[in-house]
Design a protein around this ligand. Structure first.
Ligand SMILES: Cc1cc2nc3c(=O)[nH]c(=O)nc-3n(C[C@H](O)[C@H](O)[C@H](O)COP(=O)(O)OP(=O)(O)OC[C@H]3O[C@@H](n4cnc5c(N)ncnc54)[C@H](O)[C@@H]3O)c2cc1C
Length: 159
């Protein structure tokens, strides 16, 4: 079988790329190393499958790929949907300063704005209502505001 595009990985990056290309009538194959989880098989209990091992995937095929390096640990998803299976559902627009260095010239704060709007629309993002904010979140918010990092007004940076 022939494909116009083969995408490796079905996380936010791969799945959306595959979707947009298919919408443009491209024939797309998405390859995913991990399993497909459903609401019935999704790991919830301690004895469920959680860990993915890149060296023994036949034995450990959970949805969390945790790797430790010198001075750094990295956690990522393994499964259909990948990071979207395990992320914390927080959507925020990075400040302009984030784009000042380290990015290709085409990727700028202004260039990205319409895409943040698209994400906001597709995910139907909502601010967390004030009464649902836990004491821990409120404490973080106050601490960050005191450091001058974010507005004390909740949700300001949420799309
Ligand atoms: C616990 C946690 C919480 C997070 N919370 C948030 C949040 O609240 N808000 C936010 O914006 N971001 C959050 N993130 C970050 C966000 O989830 C990631 O930035 C995002 O998922 C990255 O998407 P990606 O498509 O680039 O990569 P991934 O989602 O990692 O997808 C990569 C995919 O490629 C597959 N793959 C890898 N190698 C192969 C191979 N050789 N063959 C086939 N398939 C392969 C993997 O299995 C995986 O499915 C969180 C991340 C984690 C781990």
């Amino acid at each position: 079988m022939d494909f116009d595009v083969i995408v490796i990985g079905s996380g936010f990056g791969g799945a959306i790329t595959g979707c947009r290309l298919a919408q443009k009538n491209k024939k797309v194959l998405i390859l995913e190393r991990g399993k497909e989880w459903t609401k019935d098989t999704y790991p919830r209990n301690i004895e469920d499958e959680w860990i993915w091992s890149n060296t023994s995937p036949e034995k450990y095929h959970g949805w969390t790929d945790l790797r430790t390096f010198k001075g750094m640990a990295v956690i990522t998803g393994a499964g259909v949907g990948s990071g979207s299976l395990i992320y914390a559902n927080v959507s925020a627009i990075p400040p302009k300063s984030v784009f000042q260095a380290g990015w290709p010239p085409e990727i700028t704060y202004d260039e990205m704005q319409p895409y943040y709007s698209t994400v906001g629309d597709v995910l139907d993002l909502q601010e967390v209502p004030a009464k649902q904010r836990s004491p821990r979140v409120q404490l973080m918010q106050e601490g960050a505001a005191k450091l001058g990092q974010v507005s004390p007004r909740p949700g300001r940076r949420v799309l």
